[in-house]
Design a protein around this ligand. Structure first.
Ligand code: NIG
Ligand code: FE
Length: 440
């Protein structure tokens, strides 16, 4: 990694946020991911305070109680205090689906779509994912790590404190491991939390076009075992789609992941329908996209903890008229999360509030549902529900402060960034610096 990358900012031992107009705690989510009407329950405290010590949340309550607390009074000089008057504080967003390990934006694809070409037509003509492979294969690890770190710094300034990051633009053993190492290196320079996913099964690369079985074997017998052995990934993802991998191939890849103690997740039902029951038996952490999921599969999903992660940024950017069926999923009892799907082909946005806007406008989710789907249910999608996604004593100090008086303004102001500061594992960040007052 190049020397101009700074270490994460210092963690102030004690941090006190006071005078918060609306604190969205999302408390009480321990028993399972949020479903149905529970998705609207934000656990709001007004005139609130949050006290954090050594990167953990210690207490949550009213400001007047916090300032009377004997320990806080005695140690006031040692505590970094931030006055959040008139503002909203909520758990940092958990963006559970991103692809930032790429070098170049896909501007040719973008321009072609403005003349009417579809995502699949562009991919069939050699654009799409295939066209992102060459420069990732050629790039050095540190160049990729710089790209990922730039992404991590940007999302922190947009309210995201935990993120899942996928490989998937190398698609050789070496370049997938290089991508995962770049994620690890970038993560070590960022105070937030990164979960890594091996997406060796993104597409069958051109050189394996007539040997797809061998490519699946490469993923199962080399990529997964090596990523697991080197502890470079927590999850394995598959693009289960027409033009990418079949359900049968996905099953094989899931089996290999399980044999190496890695979790599983898959892109499904984005462009074409896949029957999900057989894959659900392997308990994937999430199924993502789900635009054309069947009613029967919605009923199966409603009985399980596999999270339906909806990524409407992709529908927006591809100019599609239809969006994922959020209402049907939520009303049927399926636990739903929202994520950016940040990637160069279908969703070049890092903004969770923008995705929440899309969810409210095009998918008829309420602002409250969009917040729970971006915090606590995102945490469930990554298996981090014990540490992330709500503001409760004992959880990691991951917070986002917005310069709005009412949380509904977060998805309301389209494409605006109203974040004042975020706290990532106890480290307050605004821009690239430590936030407001205090002596740390
Ligand atoms: O989630 N579907 C696969 N992955 C991305 C698209 C990746 C790309 O086009 O580069 C998605 O939409
Ligand atoms: Fe994706």
């Amino acid at each position: 990694m190049s020397s101009d990358i700074k270490r994460p900012s210092k963690k102030p031992a004690a941090l006190l946020l006071t005078n918060i107009r609306q604190l969205l705690t999302l408390r009480g989510s321990a028993t399972g991911p949020r479903r149905g009407t529970d998705l609207s329950n934000l656990g709001i405290v007004e005139d609130a305070s949050v006290f954090c010590l050594n990167g953990k949340i210690v207490s949550v309550g009213k400001t007047k109680e916090a300032v009377r607390d004997p320990w806080i009074r005695k140690n006031r000089k040692k505590i970094v205090e931030i006055d959040c008057a008139g503002k909203v504080v909520l758990p940092g967003f958990v963006d559970s689906h991103t692809h930032p390990v790429f070098i170049s934006p896909r501007l040719v694809d973008f321009e072609k779509r403005t003349t009417g070409a579809s995502y699949e037509e562009i991919a069939a003509a050699g654009g799409g994912i295939q066209s992102s492979l060459r420069d990732v294969r050629q790039a050095g690890k540190s160049q990729l790590a710089e790209k990922v770190l730039q992404f991590l710094r940007t999302i922190a300034m947009q309210g995201t404190t935990t993120v899942e990051v996928k490989s998937g633009y190398g698609l050789t053993l070496d370049s997938e491991l290089k991508s995962l190492e770049a994620i690890r290196d970038a993560a070590s320079h960022w105070p937030g939390t990164v979960v890594s996913t091996l997406l060796g099964a993104h597409i069958v690369p051109r050189e394996f076009r007539n040997r797809r079985k061998q490519y699946v074997e490469l993923v199962c017998r080399e990529m997964i075992p090596q990523a697991a052995k080197k502890k470079l990934a927590q999850f394995v993802d598959v693009f289960t789609e027409r033009g990418a991998f079949t359900a049968g191939e996905t099953r094989k890849i899931f089996d290999a992941a399980r044999n190496h103690n890695l979790g599983t997740r898959a892109h499904v039902c984005q462009l074409s329908r896949t029957a999900l029951l057989e894959l659900l038996e392997l308990d994937p952490a999430s199924f993502d996209h789900l635009d054309c999921v069947s009613d029967a599969d919605i009923r199966y999903l409603a009985r399980r903890n596999t999270i339906a992660t909806l990524v409407p940024g992709a529908n927006h950017f591809l100019g599609l008229r239809n969006f994922p069926p959020a209402r049907k999923l939520i009303d049927s009892g399926v636990p739903v999360a929202l994520a950016t799907d940040f990637n160069p082909g279908t969703s070049p946005t890092v903004s969770m509030p923008f995705v929440m806007s899309l969810a409210c406008t095009h998918m008829k989710m309420s602002p409250a549902e969009s917040i729970a789907a971006s915090t606590i249910n995102g945490a469930w999608a990554l298996g981090l529900q014990d540490r992330k996604g709500s503001i409760e004593p004992g959880k990691d100090a991951d917070l986002a402060c917005f310069d709005v008086p009412d949380y509904r303004e977060i998805p309301y102001w389209i494409a605006a960034n109203k974040v004042v500061f975020t706290v990532l594992n106890g480290v307050p960040v605004t821009g690239c610096e430590i936030a407001p007052t205090g002596d740390s």
